[in-house]
Design a binder for this molecule. Structure first.
Ligand SMILES: Nc1ncnc2c1ncn2[C@@H]1O[C@H](COP(=O)(O)O)[C@@H](OP(=O)(O)O)[C@H]1O
Ligand SMILES: [Mg+2]
Length: 265
């Protein structure tokens, strides 16, 4: 794989999808439908998916593509694949809370080794560079010209006062119970894969997810976190969270800066 090319294509497609999403976000009205798993989907999810899928298929015709919005793509199995959530945090989008992201990741042998996470309403763009190290880009996000980038890295956490981040729309008692095992300085809520990026930049130390997610929700944020020195492990046994599992469903997990002393489930 040509990682320079992969990085530029992922970045460009995330920006193009983000523009389309914001066009719909800023329109007066959009239709919200309910999917078979009871989660919401909008024309923004579908339009963003069309842009990304077409772009990935044109640039990487030989790589398996798994995307949230195309159920038939979930039947595929491959060791190497690209996995896409064109709009993660649809609930946040519908409620106009801004915490939604475009996610594209490249998985090799169960590990998300490259990814981009773009939060268009927050003007934040995170991705792994060609070398696998993660950056945040600022500026005007021109599609054909990379702007200023800053290397990002996880915090050096203080285990006697941790900063926790957890889901905004799926935060339940089991999550609270687990968080309460730690000495906490503060905790914040965020929607979508942005939570991984907050760990990757050192804005938070620990993100426990005691609730359902799918691999497309986590792969790109996971890649950005790995490239910033962080890690994601299963909640039950603290072994690495891997990809290409049955039906692309994740077990509960913990994303964290490795300086955090993890507590048992
Ligand atoms: N009961 C459930 N079943 C499947 N996925 C769920 C779920 N509850 C939450 N999720 C996933 O969690 C994501 C939102 O995460 P968060 O709560 O951290 O913002 C959703 O992504 P989408 O918005 O892409 O559907 C959805 O995939
Ligand atoms: Mg999602």
């Amino acid at each position: 794989m040509d990682f320079d090319h992969l990085t530029l294509v992922f970045r460009r497609l995330a920006l193009e999808a983000g523009d389309k999403i914001m066009e719909i976000y800023n329109s007066d009205d959009f239709e919200v439908k309910t999917k078979s798993d009871d989660s919401p989907v909008t024309e923004a999810d579908e339009a963003a998916d069309a842009i990304i899928s077409a772009g990935i298929r044109a640039e990487f015709p030989d790589v398996t593509l798994v995307t949230e919005e195309q159920a038939d793509s979930h039947a595929q199995k491959a060791d190497t694949f690209i996995i896409v959530d064109p709009l993660d945090g649809t609930k946040e989008f519908v409620l106009r809370r801004g915490d939604f992201t475009v996610n594209i990741a490249y998985v090799v042998d169960g590990k998300p080794i490259r990814g981009v996470v773009y939060a268009p309403a927050k003007n934040r763009l995170f991705y792994t560079g060609a070398d696998g190290k993660s950056v945040e880009e600022t500026g005007d996000f021109a599609k054909d010209k990379v702007g200023p980038t800053t290397a990002i890295s996880v915090s050096n956490p203080d285990n006697s006062g941790l900063m926790i981040v957890a889901s905004k729309s799926h935060r339940d008692q089991a999550t609270e119970d687990y968080i309460n095992k730690y000495a906490i300085k503060d905790s914040k809520s965020a929607g979508s894969s942005l939570k991984f990026c907050l760990i990757a930049t050192g804005e938070a130390d620990l993100y426990p997810r005691v609730g359902r997610t799918m691999e497309w929700d986590t792969a790109a944020g996971h890649a950005v976190l790995l490239g910033a020195g962080g890690d994601v492990v299963r909640f039950d046994d603290h072994t690495p969270l891997t990809y290409g599992k049955a039906e692309y469903a994740n077990p509960f997990f913990i994303a964290y800066a490795p300086g955090v002393t993890l507590k048992k489930a």
